[in-house]
Design a protein around this ligand. Sequence first.
Ligand SMILES: [Zn+2]
Length: 97
Amino acid sequence: MSLSPGTRWVIHLPVTVPDLARARMLARTAARALASLTRAVDTGEVTVSEEDSQGVRHRVYCDRLLPGGGRCALPTDHLVPCTRRIVRHQRNTLRFR
Ligand SMILES: [Zn+2]
């Protein structure tokens, strides 16, 4: 069986966390970690759902289309203007530009 190079798949990875905010946080962390290993991960399309309501998906990244191209790389509930880059200044500290 051969697959088209453009075939998209979804990995479902159950986790146990107290709420949606922490589920989004863990999903962003997992997506960034995987994206650092392979370009096959589309971090902007990452969603989370409750196990018993998998049809109700919550985005974890804004992913809004930006003027001039590209997508917003900030979390879905960000309060600052959209941007396409996340800049790391110190270990465990993210800054947005
Ligand atoms: Zn945004």
